[in-house]
Design a protein around this ligand. Structure first.
Ligand SMILES: [Zn+2]
Ligand SMILES: [Zn+2]
Length: 449
């Protein structure tokens, strides 16, 4: 088993690399100390005593003072291909992921056309093998063309390599369709990832419903639009003994529902996005849709606190960016009309390190664990720094300050919720599936010994 098994990536040269005197932190493998990380033929060959890793024939990186983490895994990315390559494609999206320290991502299926047939999955997998910097897994839609009426051929889609299923972008409104999807899932595997929202409650809302939406005179989306649908689907998953993953949790009520479902033994996992963990609806007072309009919307401070608590106690097992690229013409319009979504791959770790770890809200080890927590819910092996593992490493300089957007983006789009912010902590090198997937331009790797 390896992280990249079942995912697709462009195969190049296996890394032979020594990260000299790196502070190695892998909480799940109980590794915490200064080591030479010795990477041979794309594997973690050894964690040697500082300065003593065998360097012959390998590139040497002087990593003293830097941190080596298991590279991150993002279960929620929009690569916008096919159909919207002017926003992103497999190549730019995976470059963006590599720059953010990721060794694997899952791509959503709400493309144009949506990923609804085995041929669609096969074509995307070929694209990833031709041009993906980090391994990608593709989800297929639950309903045909995301119309919410008929199921896709889930068994066939799994055989073609779909990692899971999601109609993300839209909820599955019909409880009957949801139930049947869960029945098939039990048969063919593949976690169903759910964008939870009751369209009748969301209505024409463009931000969180509360005092801020009232003050701005904007239509609001109430928290119960999300939590009531999660409650329905948790009950259906329990009834069918099937597995669901709840995407982009945003509200305290939703956290309570997921926590109760887990306590009752439901096979349910959940993710939260960096923007929901760092921002509240107060940011919307700026009326800047490029950075602050997304679905689900930014909610109240009490919701943000509930998400942080859920990240701590494991109710939320992973951070997922919901990286959603849009071009300027879809964003630089009045708030009500602007497209929903923000990019996040390149800034997720740095933003959470800056906003939650440095002030002491959560421990670094917890962040590192949750950044890779999105693999297991989809049956993907968790990245590990234990010797013998496929090399998947994010080398970070936790003291480096940088201003987001100053050097441009690897993504084709610029709607980063962090644009213009100064963050502390930067990914210097990413090794993904045993290959060097990214190195920061200003940071040169050492010479071969
Ligand atoms: Zn969504
Ligand atoms: Zn999404």
């Amino acid at each position: 088993m390896s992280v990249s098994e079942g995912l697709d990536v462009r195969r190049g040269e296996d890394a032979d690399l020594i990260l000299r005197r790196a502070t190695v932190l892998d909480p799940v493998a109980a590794i915490d100390g200064v080591h030479d990380v010795v990477i041979r033929d794309g594997e973690i060959a050894a964690l040697a005593a500082p300065g003593e890793g065998e360097a012959e024939g390998a590139e040497v990186v002087e990593a003293e003072g830097m941190h080596a983490f298991p590279a991150f895994f993002d279960p929620h990315v929009h690569l916008r291909t096919p159909g919207h390559q002017h926003k992103e494609d497999v190549e730019t999206g995976t470059r963006s992921a590599a720059a953010g320290g990721y060794c694997g991502i899952l791509a959503m299926a709400n493309t144009d056309p949506p990923v609804s047939t085995a041929a669609d999955v096969t074509a995307l997998r070929e694209q990833a093998r031709a041009g993906a910097s980090v391994p990608v897994g593709f989800l297929a839609t639950v309903s045909r063309e995301m119309a919410g009426e008929e199921l896709t051929e889930m068994v066939e889609l799994r055989e073609a390599g779909a990692v899971g299923f999601s109609d993300d972008g839209l909820p599955i409104v019909s409880a009957r369709l949801m139930l049947r999807a869960l029945q098939y899932q039990r048969l063919c595997g593949g976690t169903i990832a759910l964008h939870e929202e009751d369209p009748e409650l969301s209505g024409a809302g463009v931000m969180h419903e509360g005092p801020v939406s009232a003050a701005l005179g904007l239509a609001g989306v109430p928290s119960v639009s999300e939590s009531t649908m999660i409650a329905r689907d948790a009950a259906l998953a329990a009834y069918e003994n099937a597995r669901i993953h709840v995407q982009h949790l945003s509200a305290a009520e939703s956290v309570a529902v997921v926590r109760a479902a887990k306590a009752a033994g439901v096979q349910i996992s959940a993710e939260a996005s960096p923007h929901h963990l760092c921002l509240t609806d107060e940011a919307v007072r700026s009326l800047d849709p490029r950075r602050f309009k997304m679905n689900p919307p930014l909610r109240h401070e009490s919701d943000r606190q509930a998400l942080i608590e859920a990240l701590r106690d494991g109710t939320i097992e992973c951070v997922a960016t919901d990286h959603a690229p849009h071009q300027a013409e879809e964003k630089d319009v009045p708030f009500e009309q602007a497209a929903m979504g923000v990019t996040g791959l390149e800034t997720a770790f740095a933003a959470l390190h800056t906003e939650l770890v440095l002030p002491g809200t959560i421990e670094l080890a917890l962040l590192v664990e949750r950044m890779a927590g999105g693999a297991a819910p989809f049956g993907v092996e968790r990245p590990s720094l234990a010797p013998g593992s496929e090399a998947n490493v994010a080398l970070c300089d936790l003291g480096a300050e940088w201003t987001v957007g100053e050097d441009g983006y690897e993504s084709r789009s610029q709607n980063s919720w962090c644009a213009g912010r100064t963050l502390t902590g930067r990914v210097m090198v990413t090794v993904a599936a045993g290959q060097v997937a990214f190195r920061l331009r200003s940071f040169s790797l050492g010479v071969a010994a």
